[in-house]
Design a protein around this ligand. Structure first.
Ligand SMILES: Cc1cc2nc3c(=O)[nH]c(=O)nc-3n(C[C@H](O)[C@H](O)[C@H](O)COP(=O)(O)OP(=O)(O)OC[C@H]3O[C@@H](n4cnc5c(N)ncnc54)[C@H](O)[C@@H]3O)c2cc1C
Length: 290
């Protein structure tokens, strides 16, 4: 244990068992992965850290990345730079694009996948995509491990559903053959004045028919918009989709946002529907999104 100043204790466990034990003993301590979100807004003039901080930076096990035929497994403390190093031929293309949106490139060597997923303030760039990819998160506390689908990681208010003493340890991404993948981000996610919007879509098409389709988007509030019933209605349709099928889906998207307790601004909604229209029109042309 090191002591950084009178008020802040920084713990630097070197192994996963040590970390889990610390998390049990200090359930209210802040987890420090890359620190880029945790320290946002902290200036020299106003340097304030939480009272107790547990750093993940010395735990090699949490930085590991491995791959099988069926999935890619990424340690929660793997940095964006390390993940990008795996390469565009292995990473799913939309995930590769989403990683590039994790802040300015200077941040890639610090920001971690786990930090992007666990931020309380925002849904960050990679999150909507992970939630439609059937990704699962390994969540551990001392003596207990559970796997949670990415789509169920946040509660209704948008907060990460981590219990006291729990941390995110691994992210398992299935390597499925989505022959249509899209990630787009507009505006700066931290700045509501830029009307930010993150939208992603996945599709499987074969012989001119849509076999599977998923679409999700979010603004700067930690709320994800997705309508599985609308998606299911498109599955099995012939491509290209008819104009009325596209308009029906877009109407459903607008309704989904309007029904939400956290609606988007008019510009964010316009961005969401315009991008969705482009996606639906281009379905069946796999190269259209690259
Ligand atoms: C100017 C700027 C613009 C940015 N724009 C974007 C953007 O558009 N899109 C984007 O995706 N990112 C963006 N980022 C990066 C983003 O803000 C976060 O910094 C980053 O995604 C989180 O990385 P981190 O590893 O540093 O997390 P940290 O700051 O260390 O942690 C973030 C939160 O997650 C918790 N946490 C971290 N790891 C774990 C874990 N394993 N288990 C449990 N809890 C954990 C921490 O306690 C903290 O609450 C931007 C950053 C800056 C500075």
């Amino acid at each position: 244990m090191a002591e950084s100043d009178r008020r802040t204790h920084v713990y630097t466990p070197e192994t996963l068992p040590e970390l889990l034990q610390l998390c049990r003993r200090k359930p209210l301590a802040s987890i420090y992965a890359g620190g880029t979100d945790l320290l946002r807004g902290v200036t020299k003039a106003e340097f304030a850290l939480p009272g107790e901080v547990i750093s993940l930076q010395e735990i090699e096990e949490l930085r590991r990345i491995s791959r099988t035929d069926r999935y890619l497994e990424i340690g929660a403390a793997a940095t964006v730079a390390r993940i990008l190093h795996v390469g565009s031929s292995i990473l799913p293309p939309a995930f590769y694009d989403a990683l590039h949106a994790v802040g300015p490139p200077g941040l890639y060597a610090l920001a971690t996948l786990g930090g992007s997923i666990c931020s309380v303030r925002h849904i960050y760039s990679v999150v909507p995509l992970l939630s439609i990819m059937d990704v699962r998160f390994e969540i551990r506390r001392q003596g207990h491990t559970r796997w949670v689908p990415a789509s169920r990681f946040r509660d209704a208010g948008g907060a990460p559903a981590l219990l006291e003493g729990e941390i995110l340890t691994r992210v398992r991404i299935p390597l499925e053959n989505w022959n249509m993948q899209l990630f787009r981000q507009m505006g700066a996610i931290h700045l509501q004045s830029t009307s930010p919007l993150i939208l992603c879509a996945l599709g499987k098409t074969a012989k001119g028919v849509l076999d599977d389709f998923r679409l999700a988007f979010c603004g700067s509030a930690p709320v994800l918009y997705r309508n599985r019933e609308l998606e299911a209605e498109l599955v099995g349709r012939k491509l290209p989709l008819a104009g009325r099928e596209i308009e029906g889906f877009l109407h459903g998207v607008t309704e989904t946002v309007a029904r939400s307790a956290t609606p988007l601004s008019a510009l964010q909604l316009r961005r969401a529907t315009s991008l969705t229209r482009v996606v639906l029109r281009q379905l069946g042309r796999p190269d259209a999104f690259r």
